[in-house]
Write a protein that binds this ligand. Structure first.
Ligand SMILES: Cc1cc2nc3c(=O)[nH]c(=O)nc-3n(C[C@H](O)[C@H](O)[C@H](O)COP(=O)(O)OP(=O)(O)OC[C@H]3O[C@@H](n4cnc5c(N)ncnc54)[C@H](O)[C@@H]3O)c2cc1C
Ligand code: SF4
Length: 399
């Protein structure tokens, strides 16, 4: 990384105007005869290349190297509400085991809350070597400041090389704050994780609207942070065997002070989420009118399935926004997913390609959904779905 240096002594009104005109992002501003760079700078370096020679310079910053051997272990943040552990935690432990085996590091879990010691023991059935428990009354409800403090304490004491956090509402607010405390990198919503021999975590996620898969590493900082959505990784099987240990940790009570006072906690009515569904029927733009959704709903009812949609159907208001699958929607991993009249855009597929059985209906044999489908019918959904419904009702096999 580098930075821009403005040699203010080489400026005059003409040069300032020239440079301001060169910058396509309006990132150069004049203030009291000086030139300043604002947050709009995209580092395109046009001011360096096209501006008067030597006025704006690009200077490479010296990167301090770190001793990576001092950072050991893959840590998983235990996402929970009142001690009820979110299943994404187990999925991340599964991934942490795989990554740790490549570099021969231990697997840690950091569990912050109140009255959580019993729940912490459960994690030892999933292959965690050490669970660090911060059990304190001040940590009863999630509040960002004390949770950050406990997390910070854990990192300072344990020095894990990588930290995996579930991309839940809590994880998405906590992880960046803790990462910022250590001035280290965080990659959000990773879909693939790998580990290099030198302990650099390869964080892979869709970028530029899902058109490329970016591989991101944090070579000069530790720890390395990433968040991963629920249902992306596989949870390991629970074993009866327990190998690891629980370590109780203390933080100074003063440090756990918060400006947030939790007055009451009301449990939300349980919604049936498509993320939990075993069978999903997805409607795509091949559905011509809203009333044709009745056909999709009937098929879903017969199969005990949840209905979901692609983004255009959500935008048309035919399917609830919580039922959008894909990059900007939910990630699902059902036993069976039937896609009806959708093309299989990269943004959609990113949210469902780990499903156990993918069954696609599309009239275009070249539709990209067939590249990921395990079974497919090339045909008009207005003919295929009614037949399917009829066959299910009459208990007739599909083939
Ligand atoms: C940053 C970004 C994020 C995005 N996030 C998401 C996301 O989370 N989820 C999402 O879904 N999209 C997302 N999109 C939009 C995405 O790019 C596609 O536009 C969208 O997925 C297309 O939806 P579709 O497959 O239903 O429609 P289309 O691409 O129009 O496909 C319709 C398909 O239906 C078939 N068809 C038409 N009529 C029939 C028929 N009678 N019988 C059978 N088949 C028929 C056609 O052959 C065609 O393949 C995102 C885009 C961007 C840029
Ligand atoms: S690097 Fe590009 S964006 Fe930044 S100030 Fe120069 S011209 Fe503007």
């Amino acid at each position: 990384m580098g930075k821009l240096l403005i040699n203010q002594n080489k400026l005059n009104d003409k040069v300032i105007k020239e440079l301001i005109d060169i910058c396509p992002f309006k990132a150069l501003e004049e203030s009291d005869g000086k030139l300043e760079i604002n947050a709009g700078c995209k580092m395109c370096k046009l001011c360096v290349k096209k501006g008067p020679k030597g006025v704006v310079e690009y200077v490479e910053e010296q990167v301090k190297s770190i001793d990576k051997s001092k950072w050991r272990g893959i840590a998983v943040y235990v996402d929970h509400v009142c001690g009820n552990i979110h299943p994404v935690t187990l999925e991340l432990i599964g991934k942490a085991r795989e990554l740790a085996s490549k570099i021969n590091h231990p697997i840690y879990a950091i569990f912050i809350g109140n009255n959580i010691k019993e729940s912490a023991k459960e994690l030892l059935h999933y292959g965690v070597d050490q669970v660090f428990v911060y059990d304190n009354e001040e940590l009863k409800d999630f509040r960002i400041e004390p949770y950050t403090k406990a997390f910070e304490d854990f990192i300072n004491k344990v020095k894990p090389c990588s930290v995996l956090v579930g991309a839940t509402t809590i994880g998405r607010s906590l992880a960046p704050r803790v990462a910022a405390r250590f001035r280290t990198g965080l990659t959000a919503d990773c879909t693939v994780l790998d580990m290099k021999e030198n302990t650099d975590l390869v964080q892979i996620r869709p970028a530029f609207g899902g058109n490329i898969m970016a591989q991101i590493i944090t070579p000069n900082r530790r720890p390395q942070f990433c968040t991963v959505r629920y249902k992306i990784m596989n949870a390991p099987e629970r074993t009866e065997e327990v190998k690891g240990k629980i370590t109780l940790c203390e933080v100074n009570k003063e440090d756990l002070k918060s400006n947030i006072e939790v007055l009451d906690v009301t449990e939300k009515e349980k919604e049936v989420s498509i993320s939990e569904a075993d069978v999903i029927i997805v409607a795509g733009r091949g559905i011509k009118t809203e009333k044709d959704m009745a056909m999709i709903n009937e098929l879903a009812d017969l199969l005990g399935a949840q209905v979901a949609g692609t983004r255009p159907l959500i935008e048309m208001g035919w399917v609830d926004a919580k039922r959008q699958i894909g990059l900007s929607g939910r990630t699902v991993k059902p036993k069976l997913i039937i896609t009806c009249g959708l093309s299989g855009s990269v943004q959609f597929v990113a949210g469902m390609n780990n499903s156990d059985h993918i069954f696609a209906i599309n009239k275009d044999p070249n539709a990209s959904i067939f590249n990921v489908a395990h079974y497919g019918i090339v045909g008009d959904l207005y003919e295929v779905i009614p037949k399917l419904i009829n066959n299910i009702k009459n208990n007739i096999a599909l083939v």
